[in-house]
Design a protein around this ligand. Structure first.
Ligand SMILES: Nc1nc2c(ncn2[C@@H]2O[C@H](COP(=O)(O)OP(=O)(O)OP(=O)(O)O)[C@@H](O)[C@H]2O)c(=O)[nH]1
Ligand SMILES: [Mg+2]
Length: 460
C-alpha cells in the first residue's frame, strides 16, 4: 500500500506536516448534517485530553455532493474550542480533508480508511482514533477513551463498548459478536462498531497486508481490522463509550449489502486464520477501559413482517445454494422455518401493529409467532464457514444466501424481545453466543475431517 496512491495534494500536506502524535480519522459519505459536530467533538477531545501532543484530524470522504468536506474545513476554528475549554494546547490542530482514491476501482468505507491509515503511517502517529461521521452521541471524552489505552496502557486495538438500542446492531449481534468470540476466544462485544483506537504499530501492520479486496474496501473493513488484530495477537481492549446514537437502519430495508460484505469477509478470514482458532475452546473477557455509563439509547423500529416475508420468499430463490452449503439436518430445519415464517408473517400482518413493543395483544418472549432457535442459527453459520473452505459455492453467493436466514433470525429476536428491557435482550445475545461456543466442536470436527457441511453429516 504505497503512499504514492495518495492524491498529490494530500502528499503535499503530509510533507508539510511531517509528523503527528495523534490522529482522528473520519470516513464520510454525505454526512454534511452531522460531521461538523463530530469534528468539533474530536477537536475538543484532542485539546482537552492531549494538549501536549501534535494532533491532526483527517476526513476521508467519498466525494459527497452535499458539501461534507466543506463542513469539515469551515466548522468552528481551533481557537473556538480552546476558548470554551480554557485550554491552551502546545500544538495547533491541523485539519485535512480529502476525496479518497478508490482501491482497484472500488470505493466505500474501507477505501476511505485505507487513505487514513496511509496518512497515519506517513505522519508516524502513535495513536489513530477512527470515528463514524454520522454519530450524534460522540463527546470529547470518546477521544480519550479510545486513545488512552493505546497511549497509556500499551494496547494496540481498542474496540468500542456502547449501549445500543436492543434492535440496533443486528449484524453485530447475530454474527460478528458470537462468531468472533467462539472462534478466537475473546469477548469483543462490538467487533464492527465503527469507532476504534489503533496503535501506530497496528496501523503499519494493516498497511502492509496484501489481502485487501473489494469487500474490505466497503463495509468488510471493520471486521477485517478486528480479526487481523485478534488473529495476529495484538493487545486488545474495549472502551466504554456510553450510547451509540447514529443514523438508524432497518435490517430489511438497508442492511442486505452490508451484511454480505461483512459476512463474506469474516468467513474468508476465518478460513485463512484456522490455526489461530482451531484449538480455542470457550472464551475470555477482554480488558475494559473507562467509567461505567447509565444511558438509554433512543428506540428504533424494525418491521418483522417484512423480514419474515423475505425469509419465506427467498427460500425458493436460494434453494440450490442452501442445499450446497447446509448439512442435511440444518437444511431441513431451515426449510421448515422458512415455511413457518411465511405463515407467521401473514398472521402478524392480519393483527396489524399488535406485535409492536408494549402494544395490547403483543405476546411475550417465546410466544408462538415465530422462533428461530439459537442452535440452528449457530449451525447455519458454521455450515457456511465449512462451505467457504470447501469452495464449492462462491463466497459472494454464500453470503447472499445467508441474508434471508439472517432476516429470519432477526425477526425471531425482535418478536421474542418486544417487551424485553435492554438487560433481558442482552441476556438473549449472551445465550446465543454461548450456543456458538457449545456448537464449536461440531465445526472443529468437520474442519479436521476436511468436510464441507453439505457432504452428508447428521449433526445439527
Ligand atoms: N468514505 C466513505 N465513507 C462511508 C461510505 N459509506 C459509509 N461511510 C462512512 O462509514 C461510517 C459508517 O457508515 P454507516 O452507514 O453509518 O454504517 P453503520 O450501519 O452505522 O455501521 P456500524 O455503526 O458500524 O454498524 C460513517 O462514517 C459513514 O459516513 C462510503 O462509501 N465512503
Ligand atoms: Mg452509522
Amino acid at each position: 500500500m504505497p503512499q504514492a496512491t495518495l492524491p498529490e495534494a494530500i502528499r503535499g500536506e503530509v510533507g508539510r506536516l511531517g509528523q503527528a502524535d495523534i490522529i482522528v480519522g473520519i470516513p464520510s459519505f454525505k454526512s454534511a448534517a452531522t460531521i461538523g459536530y463530530v469534528v468539533r467533538a474530536a477537536h475538543a477531545g484532542l485539546v482537552q485530553y492531549f494538549p501536549d501532543l501534535r494532533p491532526v484530524i483527517v476526513n476521508s470522504d467519498a466525494g459527497s455532493p452535499d458539501g461534507t468536506q466543506r463542513v469539515v474545513i469551515e466548522t468552528e476554528p481551533p481557537d473556538y474550542v480552546e476558548s470554551i475549554l480554557l485550554v491552551r494546547p502546545r500544538n495547533r490542530l491541523q485539519r485535512i480533508t480529502l476525496t479518497y482514491p478508490e482501491v482497484e476501482g472500488v470505493g466505500g468505507k474501507g477505501a476511505a480508511l485505507r487513505s487514513i491509515f496511509e496518512i497515519a503511517r506517513a505522519l508516524e502517529a502513535q495513536a489513530l482514533v477512527v470515528v463514524d461521521s454520522d454519530l450524534r452521541s460522540i463527546g470529547p471524552e470518546w477521544i480519550e477513551l479510545l486513545a488512552g489505552p493505546i497511549l497509556k496502557g500499551g494496547f494496540d486495538f481498542v474496540a468500542p463498548l456502547y449501549a445500543r438500542y436492543k434492535w440496533d446492531g443486528t449484524i453485530t449481534n447475530t454474527v460478528t459478536y458470537p462468531l468472533t468470540r467462539a472462534l478466537y476466544g475473546l469477548r469483543i462485544r462490538q467487533p464492527i462498531g465503527g469507532d476504534f483506537g489503533l496503535s501506530g504499530d497496528l496501523v503499519t501492520h494493516y498497511v502492509e497486508q496484501d489481502d485487501w479486496d473489494d469487500e474490505v474496501s466497503r463495509f468488510g473493513i471493520d471486521i477485517w481490522m478486528t480479526t487481523k488484530a485478534l488473529a495476529s495477537g495484538y493487545a486488545v481492549a474495549q472502551a466504554r463509550l456510553g450510547a451509540k446514537v447514529h443514523d438508524p437502519k432497518d435490517p430489511g430495508a438497508d442492511l442486505g449489502p452490508m451484511f454480505r460484505q461483512v459476512v463474506s469477509t469474516i468467513l474468508r478470514l476465518a478460513v485463512e486464520q484456522a490455526p489461530a482458532w482451531l484449538e480455542v475452546r470457550g472464551s475470555h473477557d477482554t480488558p475494559i477501559y473507562g467509567f461505567e455509563r447509565l444511558v438509554e439509547p433512543p428506540p428504533l423500529r424494525i418491521d418483522p413482517v417484512r423480514l419474515l416475508r423475505d425469509f419465506a420468499a427467498d427460500a425458493e430463490t436460494f434453494r440450490t445454494t442452501w442445499t450446497e452449503m447446509l448439512s442435511p439436518a440444518t437444511l431441513e430445519t431451515a426449510r421448515e422455518l422458512a415455511a413457518e415464517a411465511g405463515r407467521a408473517a401473514e398472521g402478524l400482518a392480519r393483527r396489524g401493529d399488535a406485535w409492536a413493543e408494549g402494544a395490547p395483544g403483543a405476546r411475550g418472549a417465546h410466544g408462538a409467532d415465530f422462533h428461530f432457535p439459537d442452535s440452528t442459527w449457530a449451525h447455519v453459520v458454521y455450515d457456511a464457514l465449512l462451505a467457504t473452505r470447501a469452495g464449492t459455492v462462491p463466497r459472494e453467493r454464500l453470503a447472499a444466501a445467508l441474508v434471508p436466514l439472517y432476516y429470519g433470525r432477526v425477526a425471531s429476536f425482535v418478536l421474542e424481545t418486544r417487551t424485553a428491557d435492554a438487560e433481558q435482550a442482552e441476556e438473549r445475545i449472551e445465550h446465543q453466543a454461548r450456543e456458538f461456543e457449545l456448537a464449536k466442536p461440531y465445526l472443529v470436527e468437520r474442519w479436521l475431517a476436511g468436510e464441507g457441511a453439505a457432504s452428508g453429516g447428521t449433526t445439527a
